[in-house]
Design a protein around this ligand. Structure first.
Ligand code: SAH
Length: 223
């Protein structure tokens, strides 16, 4: 599964800054060629406000408004690599669409992506960005994603890009056999990035890294 992006009309920033980012990700231990390839081909600058677009290929999280951030490329790469380890992906659920950057990467690697965001204007912006890239295999929902998206499940993988204090049971229940959940867990200052793998009704946990995400909040916001 490697959906090609439509890049016509999208200004390219310096190829050198992009290659430098790739080099940095590899030196930090990202080895999956599939992941590195989609990061190379995905223009991160279109997901940012113009004033910040020149920083798009730095390996940092950046503000996207509404007190939210676009995730750091290293963390996005690490999470994507973790879900791909289980083999090919038919259906993936993402909780926390934000501006849609992580969604764009998964959209190129999985057959179908379902993504849920609680802040309406962010979801609308993500829809626009992903349409611009020509990705058509993504379903969007404006909702509190803590309880997953039951009608679309089960999922081969679930990625949560906001941190709960504890893993919601609904997300575990919506994993298919062999399915993987990658999720930051913990309080405001520091969280663990966990990879949970389902085998029948058993769940094994691996700690991938220390991370810092925005909290997974309850309820939805219209504006
Ligand atoms: N995936 C984004 C990261 C966005 S930051 C990227 O690629 O950069 C995390 C997002 O999770 C924010 O947009 C926030 O509004 C959203 N979020 C927080 N709690 C949520 C919830 N309960 N349901 C759905 N989205 C939530």
């Amino acid at each position: 599964m490697n959906t090609k992006l439509n890049l016509s009309g999208i200004g390219m920033t310096s190829q050198r800054t992009r290659e430098r980012l790739l080099g940095r990700l590899m030196s930090q231990g990202i080895t999956s060629m599939e992941v590195l390839d989609v990061i190379r081909s995905t223009p991160r600058h279109i997901f940012l406000d113009e004033a910040l677009a020149h920083r798009a290929y730095e390996d940092v999280a950046l503000p996207i408004g509404f007190n939210q951030t676009i995730s750091q490329p290293y963390v996005v790469a690490k999470m994507t690599e973790a879900i791909l380890r289980g083999g090919s992906l038919d259906s993936v659920l993402e909780i926390g669409t934000g501006c849609g950057y992580q969604t764009a990467l998964i959209g190129q690697l999985a057959k179908k992506v379902a993504t849920v965001e609680r802040i309406k204007p962010l979801l609308d912006r993500a829809k626009k960005n992903l349409k611009l890239l020509g990705l058509r295999n993504i379903d969007f929902k404006h909702d509190d994603g803590s309880s997953g998206w039951q009608e679309k499940g089960l999922f081969d993988a679930i990625i949560t890009t906001a941190a709960p204090q504890q893993i919601p049971q609904d997300l575990l229940d919506q994993l298919s056999e062999g399915g993987r959940l990658v999720i930051p867990v913990g309080g405001d200052s520091q969280q663990e990035l966990r990879l949970i793998t389902r085998s029948k009704n058993e769940f094994t946990t691996e700690i991938l890294d220390a991370v810092r995400f925005v909290p997974l909040l309850v309820g939805q916001v219209q504006h």
